[in-house]
Design a protein around this ligand. Structure first.
Ligand code: SF4
Length: 231
């Protein structure tokens, strides 16, 4: 799909979700990194209920680096996968405290070396807290982008590359937020196409329309007329 078309479609979605941004609560890059790690397989709303207590007790990497993962487990338990997440949080904090002077690094290469930090988490933190363009691709972005036809495939890194290639860097982060919100509110697994502003440009919607079109019965063949009248 042409870059201009992708940009126009994303602009259309932005009119439907004008204030799209991450729904995780944070005041700095470290807090967003912690919240994003906790958000794996968990709703942002539930993470936002857990993080105020966590940030009050462990406000920075040095504080979090000083505890054992088992100490965190009861606090982060409501977000699910609490043992793995506790290990990731403490490992991440120790790496930041020990190797980065306590500051969250601002490059994809450094972020993805931290325990528990993949490309999606790194992009969230880069784009929302560090002023570095990033386009996080989660399951919502994958679903919406594939349905509309502005990207193709189920590999998040490839979809990220395709979308970034069609959009200027300053639009990457907002595009991800917009697609995520669209996936949560409108283009759900069972999509609400009647409420969607980009249905005219959506491959999936057009395919649904073709399927719904009634199949006309084939015309019955006309019987050949007799020639010559009555005998
Ligand atoms: S038209 Fe339907 S399938 Fe296409 S983006 Fe909108 S909600 Fe999703």
């Amino acid at each position: 799909m042409a870059a201009a078309t992708v940009r126009a479609i994303v602009s259309g979605l932005e009119t439907q979700h004008p204030n799209a941004t991450t729904e995780l609560h944070f005041t700095n890059a470290f807090e967003l990194l912690v919240a994003t790690i906790l958000s794996a397989q968990c709703t942002d709303e539930r993470v936002n209920r857990v993080t105020p207590g966590l940030f009050a007790r462990y406000p920075d990497a040095a504080a979090l680096a000083a505890v054992e993962p088992e100490t965190l487990e009861p606090i982060v338990e409501p977000t699910g996968f609490f043992r793995m997440k506790s290990r990731s949080l403490v490992g991440m904090a120790r790496a930041i405290a020990g190797q980065h002077g306590g500051a969250v690094p601002a490059t994809m290469a450094e972020l993805t070396k931290l325990p528990g930090v993949g490309r999606k988490t790194a992009n969230v933190v880069l784009g929302h807290a560090l002023g570095v363009p990033g386009l996080p691709v989660d399951r919502h972005v994958l679903r919406v982008a594939n349905r509309i036809g502005i990207a193709e495939g189920d590999d998040p890194a490839k979809v990220e590359e395709q979308l970034c290639g069609k959009l200027p860097a300053e639009r990457w982060t907002r595009t991800s937020d917009t697609l995520i919100l669209h996936g949560r509110r409108i283009c759900r697994p069972k999509p609400l196409c009647a409420e969607c502003v980009v249905q005219d440009d959506c491959d999936y919607f057009h395919a649904l329309q073709r399927l719904a079109r009634p199949i006309r019965p084939a015309k019955a063949k006309a019987k050949p007329k007799r020639r010559g009248g009555k005998r």
